[in-house]
Design a protein around this ligand. Structure first.
Ligand code: GRF
Length: 217
């Protein structure tokens, strides 16, 4: 049985689209059963509609606390029978209760090589700092922002004339590759969380940070 996933978004939804495309393959071991957005204008909602996926909008102005917003989210997630929650550009902090209730069942994609450059405006900070490499990370979610055991990373070069846009596009292209990979590994039950890191059964035994994503299996 395919693992039922929810994808939670706030904006463009290009990672959602990458997951929709992956799930379209009959062999892929997961299936998106629900898309949730806190933003009624999110472009990703159109992508969910085009794929015929049930979607819900949770209106922030109907909730006075983070906990109450997250409770509504949990109700939708439970009633759809979701087994794995994928944050994909969701621009809200989650309450510790929600994160702890779904321990090791929430993953996130972040456009940097964590634990470097947590938070917002990553590409501009990378360019300002002059690092020579950047990349993206899929990780399990913990109550602290952009924190948690890392599942997979992809590295890209930062080129001399990069702008936020060119670097961002290079990183995003990698996000679309590694997010479905991470989901596949979890759905295949190949992932074990061992304190602060993960062990992936059957993956290449080399430091994952230096592996090109195309080398993963
Ligand atoms: C991505 O860069 C992701 O890493 C970050 O937010 C962005 C979302 O992009 N968390 P999209 O909505 O998936 O196109």
């Amino acid at each position: 049985m395919a693992t039922k996933i929810a994808v939670i978004i706030s904006g463009e939804g290009s990672n959602l689209q990458a997951l929709i495309n992956a799930c379209a393959d009959k062999e892929f071991p997961a299936n998106i059963v629900l898309v949730i957005s806190n933003n009624p204008e999110a472009n990703g909602l159109k992508k969910a509609d085009a794929a015929g996926i049930q979607r819900k909008i949770i209106y922030e102005d109907r909730h006075s606390t983070r906990e109450s917003f997250d409770e509504e989210m949990a109700e939708h997630i439970k009633s759809a029978g979701v087994e794995l929650i994928c944050l994909a550009g969701f621009m809200r902090l989650l309450s510790p209760k929600f994160v702890n209730d779904w321990q090791d069942k929430i993953i996130n994609i972040h456009p940097s090589l964590l634990p470097a450059f947590k938070g917002l405006n990553v590409h501009s900070r990378v360019l300002k700092m002059g690092t020579m490499f950047s990349g993206c990370t899929v990780h399990f979610v913990r109550p602290d922002v952009d924190d948690g055991p890392i599942l997979i990373q992809s590295v890209v070069p930062v080129l001399p004339n990069d702008s936020e846009e060119t670097l961002g596009a290079r990183v995003l292209a990698q996000e679309h590759i590694i997010y479905p990979m991470a989901v596949r590994w979890i759905a295949q039950n190949r992932v074990k969380v061992v304190s602060c890191h993960t062990e992936i059964q059957g993956s290449i035994k080399r430091p994952r940070s230096v592996i090109n994503p195309y080398e993963y299996n």
